[in-house]
Write a protein that binds this ligand. Structure first.
Ligand code: FES
Length: 201
């Protein structure tokens, strides 16, 4: 009996595969645009529906997306490390359902910032070292000596309610600028397709 060598993909099969890859690429680009548009548009992040598969592939380029909680209740906070394993961060679900994230390294002298749920209308981020206070909604300094807002961690909630960190923005940098900066580092072509400016502005 003659054993035939394993057959490689026919030309037709290769064409189908190419189509599939290119369709996937289009889909993920559209999804990426949707993430950027939704997050940067200031919509309630809690309503953002993003598939975990897309998150796994895209993040912001500076670090892979990280699931930080399976669920987060209103007024609850969760701490985690992102984008690096020593970068302390916190995600908070505000009363209106939006999820915000920040570095918890105080911009004054690097003490750890804490969540104070019961303060003010939406709670606040508090640094016990010198009474620094930051807005829970924006990360801006509202009291004390910190010279700059807290750097943001860009958060999204997926369809199942899990909370993900997908990127970072530097202190005072907008969410879209942060996402684009990370994406440009990893995949300039995709950054261009997502409408990110080339010069980093
Ligand atoms: S280290 Fe946070 S207020 Fe000084």
């Amino acid at each position: 009996m003659t054993t035939l060598p394993p057959a490689g993909p026919t030309e037709e099969e290769q064409a189908v595969l190419r189509d599939r890859i290119s369709a996937d690429s289009l889909t993920t680009r559209r999804d990426y645009l949707r993430i950027v548009a939704t997050v940067s548009g200031g919509l309630v992040v809690g309503s953002t529906v993003v598939s975990a598969g897309v998150l796994h592939r895209h993040g912001d380029g500076s670090a892979p997306p990280l699931k930080v909680a399976d669920q987060l209740g209103s007024g609850e906070a969760v701490t985690f490390n992102y984008p690096g394993e020593n970068d302390r961060a916190m995600a908070i679900k505000l009363a209106d359902g939006s999820v915000v994230g920040y570095s918890t390294v105080c911009t004054h002298l690097a003490c750890g910032v804490l969540w104070r749920k019961g303060r003010g209308e939406e709670g606040e981020l508090y640094c016990p070292c010198h009474e620094g206070v930051f807005s829970a909604r924006t990360g801006e300094v509202t009291a004390g000596p910190p010279p700059r807002p807290l750097p943001k961690v860009i958060m999204v909630e997926d369809a199942a309610g899990a909370v993900w960190a997908i990127g970072t923005a530097r202190s005072g940098e907008g969410v879209e600028a942060g996402l684009c900066r990370g994406l440009r580092d990893r995949d300039p072509a995709l950054a261009e397709a997502a409408g990110c400016p080339k010069d980093g502005s």
